[in-house]
Ligand binder design. Structure first.
Ligand code: TXA
Ligand code: MG
Length: 330
């Protein structure tokens, strides 16, 4: 008797079996270069409903549809020239495009919206699985709704273990933050809905027009249904999080051992069971990659409060700080 959930290596036989299961309407947790996803056949409403149940996700929060080819893009969405430009430049990769939806995509996927979010991921195992499945796969992050996103197969097991059977283990996620989402319904007025590893400046350069910034967490209004997932509070540990523009090693050193301190870079001459950092040298890519794993690890240690240092600069720093602001929101 296998013990569920199973962590599976991506052998050809396993990938073929998982592809069959997906086509038959079952859920499979999958690795992507951003975060792990909980996948179902995007053209099967019944299968996609299981995602909402497993995650405890409200039905008004739409899913991202993952594709293997540009042919699948035009299968699910009305494509425009701006979308093709970005697809050519950034796919496969951590960019999601919001476009007018085609009728084959069930309403449960788009939460009733006339648009659909589409992404072509680059993780080699997920790409193989998409190809074998032969259908687009809807997949939100594979975590219980509202908690920190998973960046390893072990995180998925810890969060959804009782709700799912199969987790395809593709190792730790290379990027570690969810994809950038850009709304291209009106290609002349692209809007950033969620910052990620593809930056606003890169999008502007590729499109040749300005791209409106993502709303600051806390000010995004749910009722507007622009990006319903842009809740002020999201990606949140259970422990209270307090953000700081800069952390002082001496203040951290003098603090109560019940308070945790997460620095961006390794602080010099400071050590302790309550001292953490995202990247030894403060490199933003490394910090992004380890952000969620660090928040989870520190959350599990049961501190009274977690102090976190915000990233400085633009681009990837915006994406890191966006997630931190949501983690800290009340
Ligand atoms: O990197 C990622 O994007 C990961 C991996 C698994 O691909 N997926 C992910 O999915 O982060 P999720 O469900 O956690 O976040 C999807 C976001 C939500 O905030 C949702 O509101 C937004 O995409 N979204 C989906 N469809 C939309 C639409 N039609 N219009 C606006 N926003 C949409
Ligand atoms: Mg999510």
């Amino acid at each position: 008797m296998p013990v569920f959930p199973r962590l599976l290596r991506g052998t050809p036989a396993t990938l073929a079996r998982l592809a069959r299961q997906l086509r038959a309407g079952e859920l499979v947790a999958v690795p992507t270069e951003t975060v792990y996803g909980l996948a179902a056949n995007a053209l099967d409403a019944r299968a996609c409903r299981k995602i909402f149940t497993a995650k405890g996700r409200p039905a008004d929060d739409p899913l991202i549809v993952h594709i293997h080819s540009l042919a699948q893009l035009s299968q699910v969405a009305e494509v425009n020239a701006a979308a093709l430009k970005l697809a050519k430049k950034f796919w496969p990769g951590p960019l999601t495009l919001v476009l007018p939806k085609k009728a084959v995509v069930p309403d449960v996927v788009s939460a009733g919206l006339p648009s659909v979010a589409v992404r072509m991921p680059s993780h080699p195992l997920f790409r193989k699985l998409l190809k074998l499945a032969g259908v687009p796969l809807a997949a939100p992050s594979a975590n219980p709704f509202g908690y920190v996103s998973p960046t390893s197969a072990e995180h998925v097991r810890a969060g959804l273990g009782k709700k799912i059977r199969d987790i395809l283990d593709g190792g730790p996620c290379a990027i570690g933050l969810e994809s950038t989402i850009v709304d291209l319904r009106d290609p002349r007025r692209p809007r950033l809905l969620r910052p990620g590893a593809v930056t606003r400046v890169e999008l502007e350069r590729a499109l040749g027009v300005s791209v409106k910034s993502a709303p600051t967490p806390g000010r995004a209004r749910r009722g507007a249904q622009l990006a319903p997932g842009l809740l002020a509070r999201h990606y949140s540990p259970r422990t209270r999080v307090t953000l700081h523009a800069q952390l002082s090693p001496s203040a951290a050193g003098r603090s109560s051992p019940r308070e945790a301190w997460i620095f961006l870079a390794k602080p010099a001459d400071l050590a302790g069971k309550n001292i953490f950092w995202l990247d030894a040298r403060g490199n933003l890519r490394g910090a992004a990659r380890r952000l969620f794993a660090t928040l989870r690890r520190v959350d599990a240690l049961g501190f009274d409060r977690i102090h976190v240092e915000l990233a400085r600069g633009e681009g990837l720093a915006d994406a890191i700080n966006d997630r931190l602001r949501r983690a800290a929101a009340k």
